[in-house]
Write a protein that binds this ligand. Structure first.
Ligand code: ADP
Length: 851
């Protein structure tokens, strides 16, 4: 029973129900938690609690299988072990679970179950004494002979083990230093015992009983060890004979291969040592490796640590400490490679060449880290690959999306079973040289979690002042990363941690125009897909007008990834036809038709020409290519996904088209408004952020204050627009969160249309922030927004006056097809948005503000 001076556990304990393992006082156990009750306990008690007391839980063994965890609490074992939760590690794979590291403190008995949900809590009574271990503590129990006998067996057992292993030596010391009454529990959890036996020891509340029950277990283990040693000895004798014979065999065969040698384990360690000594690793690393190999030689192979140490040493040998490729940088050649691999993206290619030129002249790698920022599929990764190609370096991509554990970057300490190095060291091992190009993909999608901040770990990797001595936790020695060329990619800079952004030079990679996409498709994507599918240009022909059709009607994206996929789908379908050797003979004039308008006309004229789905068999000359026309497109890709729906949706007052920027590129956005009888309420829907909500309020206030001037009235003809009127503004798509001030002008236009009953021109899109005085302020992402409007077939774009400079970035063909209205105040916006202008009916003096 608990003594007065001893440590007391809380009288109310939350209960962790374990199924497969039994925790005994004084031992530590790792247990996986995935049943709902246990998960609740971890979440609400261990992860939320702040005091040491909240980390004490009761571990109840031998409950029914947690997979059959139903609503009813299973029958609980009456005795359990109070434990300290030392570590909680969460994981989502293969299903959400936690791994708990718990250390047993003492036994307890459940007196009364206080609650069952969300996790059980019980009133408990402590059964063991729990004392602070002071030096030289001796048991005061009068167990004399029994305890002495137990101690002797324990010492005999431990001394049979290999004392050179630190853990064994420590155990031997503990036998003398720990109070005797703690020993039965500790030894039971160390030696080989079944769960049933452990449970019996847990139930043995009286110390005498516990000693009595543990002694036979110890004896059994000692006997087992003796037997093992006997068999191992005879095996060693056998081994010696094998070793004695082997040299002869070697001589007789002369050319024994290296692989055969490695099969033999002893030889293997010797080989490893040789490799370590001859490798070019740093002095510090060599020292650590030699120490480890010394330990390895003494370790029995059955120890888990043996494999751990070996893996470590093998990695150390494999790492490219001093191995590098020779840079062959020549700017003229680099320009050719970049131009050959990528169409358009002039600004990016120019900046990359500058960067490489400086590198060539300065001959050192210290400089800003390039970070390509742009929508998906615009070629960021592929430019990174080209840079490696121009430098003659190895390329390795490290995907950082969703990485939330800093050990992903910096590795796990070698104390864990299953510990491994981080992605940087792993990457170096994969490429086998110490100066590759590492592409850190999606740095904007790094996450934070309990396991530390991976961005902080990346800082160390990227900082040229620090990265020459980067220390991975697994390696535990410094590795020089200063020769590695890092390039990062991201969709947006908004979510890149500021400290990381500070070390990078951001290069914006905007989306492509339709014309650029057609060129990219014909120069790069189609030849690549043909090769991938084993097709030749003699077998398939995709005219430019078809590519345009795919771009406008089957994809809506800033990059070319979906386009690439669609071309892949077409190639697959054609590959089937070609392989079957039976496509219908195409009309010679169609097959011979060139690209462009003629072809388009011809195809639309042909009401139902033969497409590749027609399977009327005709023997074909193999040189006749399959022509992909709109019918073939429809057969292969299905009906078009995007139709020009813009004009349809602008056929009633209260709708206007805005332009939005997202990390995936520009988007057009319909803003809809309606009014109804009410009390002057404004309802906003479509998952809007605070800034956007404020824009809506600004817009309404401005319109109310200018209602007379524009003759805007509510349903009952009053200039007070909100008098007996409610307004509802909606921003589709409703499930996507939107924020930012740039919808201001669109909301004003939409409401002006609603209150004036006039339609907004169907081919106008707009963007711009507004002020209460009716000024239009500049906004970001103009290039992407204009491209989106162009993609959607709009013709007139209203932009803030101060964004005029951004128009220069837009390709000339796109600029020519659009007309831009640069507005500095809302009057100008409204005049441009409505056919015939939105004329001011009253002079300014008569303005009567309602604000
Ligand atoms: P990101 O990394 O920006 O998401 P990727 O580099 O993976 O995009 O590009 C997707 C595909 O599009 C790749 O096959 C790439 O070769 C191709 N691609 C993108 N832009 C271009 C371009 N300007 N010229 C040629 N191919 C391109």
């Amino acid at each position: 029973m608990a003594a007065g001076s001893a440590i007391q556990i809380p009288t109310r304990l939350p209960l962790l129900l374990t199924h497969e393992s039994v925790l005994l006082p004084g031992s530590t156990m790792r247990t996986s938690v995935d049943s709902p009750r246990n998960m609740q306990l971890v979440r609400s008690r261990l992860l939320k609690g702040t005091s040491l007391r909240s980390t004490i839980i009761g571990v109840i063994p031998n409950t029914s299988d947690p997979t059959s965890d139903c609503d009813d609490l299973p029958n609980l074992h009456r005795i359990g072990t109070a434990a300290l939760a030392v570590q909680v590690v969460g994981s989502n794979w293969p299903k959400p679970h936690y791994t708990l590291l718990v250390t047993g403190l003492c036994r307890f008995q459940i007196l009364q179950l206080l609650k069952e949900k969300p996790y059980p809590v019980a009133e408990v009574q402590q059964l063991d004494r729990l004392e602070q271990f002071t030096n030289g503590h001796k048991s005061e129990e009068e167990l004399g002979e029994l305890s002495e006998q137990f101690y002797k067996y324990a010492v005999q057992l431990v001394e049979m083990l290999d004392m050179s292993v630190p853990a064994v030596a420590k155990l031997r010391r503990l036998l003398d230093n720990l109070p005797r009454e703690a020993l039965p529990d500790i030894l039971t959890s160390i030696i080989r015992t079944t769960n049933q036996e452990k449970l019996q020891i847990l139930d043995a509340v009286r110390l005498e009983e516990r000693f009595k029950m543990t002694i036979p277990l110890l004896v059994r283990q000692i006997e087992g060890l003796k037997l093992l040693q006997k068999t191992r000895k005879s095996k060693q004798d056998d081994d010696k004979r094998v070793v004695a014979i082997r040299p002869n065999r070697r001589i007789s065969h002369g050319s024994i291969t290296e692989d055969e040698e490695e099969e033999e384990d002893h030889d293997d360690v010797v080989m490893l040592e040789k490799k370590i000594r001859t490798s070019s690793m740093s002095e510090q690393a060599l020292k650590v490796c030699l120490k480890e190999i010394k330990r390895l030689k003494k370790m029995p192979q059955s120890m888990p640590e043996y494999a751990l140490t070996r893996n470590y040493l093998e990695l150390m040998v494999e790492l490219p400490w001093n191995k590098s490729t020779k840079d062959r940088l020549e700017i003229r050649a680099a320009r050719i490679v970049l131009d050959n691999d990528h169409y358009a993206m002039e600004k990016l290619k120019k900046r990359v060449l500058e960067y490489l030129a400086v590198r060539q002249l300065k001959n050192n790698l210290k400089g800003p880290i390039l970070c390509f920022v742009g929508p998906p599929g615009v070629g960021k990764t592929s430019v990174g690959r080209s840079i490696a190609k121009t430098l003659g370096r190895e390329f390795h991509r490290i995907a950082l999306g969703g990485v939330c554990d800093q050990s992903d970057i910096r590795g796990h300490r070698r104390t864990y079973v299953g510990s491994m190095p981080g992605r940087i060291i792993n990457g170096l091992k994969t490429v086998g040289v110490n100066n590759p190009v590492f592409l850190l993909d999606e740095v904007d999608k790094l996450a934070k979690s309990l396991q530390g901040d991976p961005a902080a770990a990346l800082l160390e990797v990227l900082d040229p002042e620090q990265n020459h001595s980067f220390t991975d936790h697994y390696l535990n020695v410094a590795f020089d990363l200063s020769q590695v060329l890092f390039i990062a990619t991201a969709n947006t800079t908004a979510t890149i941690p500021p400290a990381l952004l500070d070390r990078m030079e951001v290069i914006q990679v905007p989306g492509y125009t339709q014309e650029e996409k057609i060129e990219i498709a014909h120069r790069h994507l189609i030849p690549k897909q043909l090769e991938l599918h084993g097709l030749t240009p003699q077998q398939i022909q995709i005219p430019q007008v078809t590519t345009l059709g795919i771009i406008t009607r089957y994809t809506r994206e800033a990059g070319v990834r979906a386009l690439d996929r669609k071309l892949g789908a077409i190639c697959r379908a054609v590959a089937v036809k070609v392989a079957e050797g039976q496509h219908k003979e195409a009309k010679p004039d169609r097959a011979e038709l060139g690209e462009g308008e003629d072809c388009k006309e011809h195809i639309t004229e042909d009401a139902k020409p033969e497409s590749i789905s027609d399977t009327a068999d005709l023997a074909l000359p193999p040189e006749m290519p399959i022509l992909i026309d709109f019918h073939a497109l429809k057969d292969i890709l299905g009906p078009p996904m995007y139709d020009m729906e813009v004009s349809e949706r602008l056929n009633q007052p209260g709708v206007a088209i805005g332009l939005a920027w997202t990390p995936l590129g520009g988007e057009i956005m319909f803003v809809e408004a309606s009014r109804m009888d009410g009390e002057g309420q404004l309802t906003l829907t479509g998952q809007l952020g605070d800034v956007m909500k404020e824009s809506a309020h600004l817009a309404i206030s401005w319109l109310r204050s200018n209602a007379k001037r524009y003759r805007l009235t509510n349903a009952s003809g009053s200039f007070d627009l909100l008098d007996n009127t409610d307004i509802h503004l909606h921003f589709p798509a409703g499930a996507v969160t939107k924020d930012g001030p740039s919808a201001g002008v669109t909301i004003v236009t939409c409401l002006a249309s609603l209150f004036s009953g006039r339609l907004v021109c169907s081919d106008v899109a707009m963007t711009g922030e507004i002020t209460l005085r009716g000024l239009v302020l500049p906004v970001g992402g103009i290039k992407d927004k204009v491209l989106a409007a162009h993609r959607a077939g709009l013709k007139r774009i209203i932009l803030p006056q101060r964004n005029e400079k951004d128009l220069e970035e837009i390709a000339a063909p796109v600029r020519q097809e659009l007309s831009f209205v640069l507005a500095s105040c809302l009057d100008e916006v409204l005049n441009a948005a409505f056919d015939g202008g939105f004329a001011v009916k009253a002079s300014l003096e008569h303005l009567n503000s309602k604000l």
